[in-house]
Design a protein around this ligand. Structure first.
Ligand code: COA
Length: 356
């Protein structure tokens, strides 16, 4: 009997603090008009002082497990995609396991920058199909606000904080993950880079004074790379799934830049109404962007059982990744209101009111 890897639970969490383009215009030389016209971003979320990559992950994961009806102790493996971990050492997935109570889970982090969640999905698929694990929790999460140079208008206007999580379960039911394309080209490693704090350039008072522990980016090079590679990876994954682009019901792209998505949609002849967009609310949340868009697309009724969903991402490295998933779960399992996160099906707002 074939073992398939199905998505049975999903959840997301974003911090409540909103930073608008006008807020940014007070700290760097920029404007709402420039940011919206170049990127499509209107606002982004910024983690509170007491929030970390672990706490965001735990909030999203609790929802994913609740939707799937799986207890933390039943999770076999946690694969966490991030490039903004709590610490260089140990892996954030281990503190997530601790705080979730996932006491029987193996856990590791996966670093493929903004492609991290889709790489992690391919990893979960391989573990499940090999028969090694049955319940794999996959998380895409970032607190990139802690890695920004808030004086650099080239980068600080683009990124935001958030988390998305899915539970991937072994099943003999048909559907689930069916096609992948994973890509890396290290010749582009300087395109998006945190230059200091690693073995190539250890942290010193001077590197800190020079802001070398923050994200640096060559925006135009990244734009050119993304518009070329995204279409290639998308097509390769669809081919791998034995499908054509016409078979795809919903496109869930990494939300880095609305112009990049529109450019790639044109290359692929992909109708924008089949393309879920939420960049205006969250900016680029890197590894969290694909799972957050997936969760919201399900909540908005854009993804239904039987739909073929194509997830595509690109990021630092340069990396890229695409995955095709046949959606099998009943969206009503999570009573998500479009655009709002949940706690066990209740909109966050109600919970905050209940807590007062
Ligand atoms: C960053 C990006 C939006 C810039 O847009 P662009 O149209 O390429 O803009 P340019 O690079 O041509 O810059 C135009 C000017 O705007 C300026 N500029 C940059 N950021 C600015 C900001 N926030 N506000 C106002 N002006 C800004 C630049 O300094 C430049 O000025 P100059 O011509 O005097 O040097 C675009 O290159 C991009 O999206 N790249 C991909 C980035 C990305 O997706 N990264 C994440 C990958 S996972």
């Amino acid at each position: 009997m074939t073992t398939n890897a199905l998505i049975t639970g999903w959840g997301m969490y974003v911090p409540s603090r909103v930073m608008t383009n006008d807020d940014l215009a007070k700290i760097v030389d920029t404007s709402d008009e420039w940011i919206v016209s170049r990127t499509g971003i209107h606002e982004r979320r910024i983690a509170a002082d007491d929030e970390t990559t672990t706490t965001l992950s735990v909030n999203a994961s609790r929802d994913a497990l609740a939707v799937a009806g799986v207890e933390p102790g039943e999770v076999d493996l946690i694969v966490l995609g991030t490039c903004s971990p709590d610490y260089p050492l140990p892996a954030t997935s281990t503190t997530v396991a601790r705080d979730l109570g996932a006491t029987n889970a193996a856990a590791f982090d996966l670093q493929a920058a903004c492609s991290g969640f889709v790489y992690a999905m391919a990893t979960a698929n391989a573990f499940v199909r090999s028969g090694m694990y049955r319940n794999v929790l996959v998380i895409g999460v970032e607190v990139l606000s802690r890695f920004m140079n808030w004086k650099d208008r080239n980068t600080c206007v683009l990124f935001g904080d958030g988390a998305g999580a899915v539970l991937v379960q072994a099943s003999d039911r048909p559907g689930g993950m069916s096609g992948f394309h994973l890509f890396a080209d290290g010749t582009g490693f300087e395109g998006i880079i945190v230059p200091a704090g690693g073995s190539a350039c250890p942290a010193t008072p001077q590197t800190v004074a020079d802001g070398l522990h923050t994200v640096h980016m060559a925006g135009r090079d990244v734009y050119k790379y993304a518009t070329r590679q995204l279409a290639e990876s998308a097509l390769a994954a669809v081919r791998d799934a034995g499908l054509t682009m016409d078979d795809i019901d919903q496109f869930v792209f990494h939300q880095a830049n609305l112009r990049i998505i529109e450019n790639v949609a044109k290359q692929l002849d992909m109708p924008m109404e089949k393309t879920y967009i939420n960049i205006e609310k969250y900016g680029n949340t890197s590894a969290a962007s694909v799972p957050m868009a997936l969760v919201e697309a399900v909540a908005a009724g854009r993804i239904k059982p039987g739909d073929q969903v194509l997830m595509v991402a690109f990021g630092a490295g340069f990396t890229a990744a695409a995955a095709v998933v046949e959606w099998t779960a009943d969206p009503a399992r999570a009573f998500l209101a479009p655009g709002s996160q949940t706690r066990l099906g209740r909109p966050q707002r109600q919970l905050e009111e209940a807590a007062v």
